[in-house]
Design a protein around this ligand. Structure first.
Ligand code: 13P
Length: 251
């Protein structure tokens, strides 16, 4: 069955001192009842992988280039991230879609590159407030999902639903809103890839997940974990979220 995953996205936060938070997480979760992932900025991936080596915490990246190598100043390829110790990569985050003009087709190419290199892709989708208010949420999500995923669905694929209006705002989607989108994503994956792939895909919710709302979110239909921004920066905040998912994952 699919993996339950508690993932932290540190975004553009943290220098070497931030690794103390990772050390605290490693110490606190020696045998978590769910998968745990931290995606630090690229400058910290190798050092974070050293800290996490032998532990139950995986390290991921926040983006990769679609090419394996070449004349792309400032970019990082999927094989480089693997070499640095990453096992996962976040792709198509709304901040990259907005700040760097990323398109579904470009994200699809990055997803293919990630899979070829052996990384687990975490493909992000999410509607803006204007799109939600216009009643376009499910259309936007299914369009992004279909456009961003390759035809050969990767084994162990992860998809994160992150409503743009809930990111970093403290405004969390209601469990009804989350369930509606997650149910629709599972149905869209089933339609395109078949029930086996859809059942094996982990669907994460992201957007102002905190220790005090995590349990309720994890009890929501078709939610297999969270992609956490702000609350992943401190072990004291992220730890209870990991524990909440572990508790929710018990049969
Ligand atoms: P926040 O948890 O800070 O709202 O960020 C969510 C996010 O964008 C994770 O990728």
């Amino acid at each position: 069955m699919r993996q339950q995953l508690s993932a932290g996205n540190w975004k553009m936060n943290g220098t070497t001192a931030q690794l103390d938070e990772l050390r605290a997480l490693v110490a606190a979760h020696k045998a978590p009842g769910c998968a745990v992932l931290i995606c630090p900025p690229a400058t910290l991936i190798a050092a974070a992988a050293d800290v996490a080596r032998g532990s139950s915490i995986a390290i991921g990246a926040q983006d990769c280039h679609a090419a394996a190598s070449g004349a792309h100043t400032g970019d990082l390829s999927a094989p480089m991230l693997v070499d640095a110790g990453a096992t996962h990569v976040i792709l198509g985050h709304s901040e990259r879609r907005a700040d760097h003009g990323e398109t579904d087709a470009g994200i699809r190419a990055k997803t293919e590159a990630a899979v070829t290199a052996g990384l687990v892709p975490i493909v992000c989708v999410g509607e803006t407030l204007a799109q939600r208010e216009a009643g376009e949420t499910l259309k936007v999500i299914t369009t992004q999902l279909n456009g961003s995923l390759p035809d050969a669905a990767p084994a162990g694929l992860v998809v994160a639903y992150e409503p743009v209006w809930a990111i970093g705002t403290g405004r969390v989607a209601t469990t009804d809103q989350i369930a509606q989108v997650h149910d629709a994503m599972r149905a869209a994956l089933t339609e395109r890839f078949g029930v086996d792939v859809a059942d094996a895909t982990s669907l994460l919710y992201g957007g102002s997940v905190k220790p005090d709302n995590a349990a309720e979110i994890f009890a929501t239909s078709n939610v297999d974990g969270a992609l956490v921004g702000g609350a992943s920066l401190r072990a004291a905040d992220f730890s209870p979220i990991v524990t909440a998912l572990s508790d929710a994952s018990q049969p």
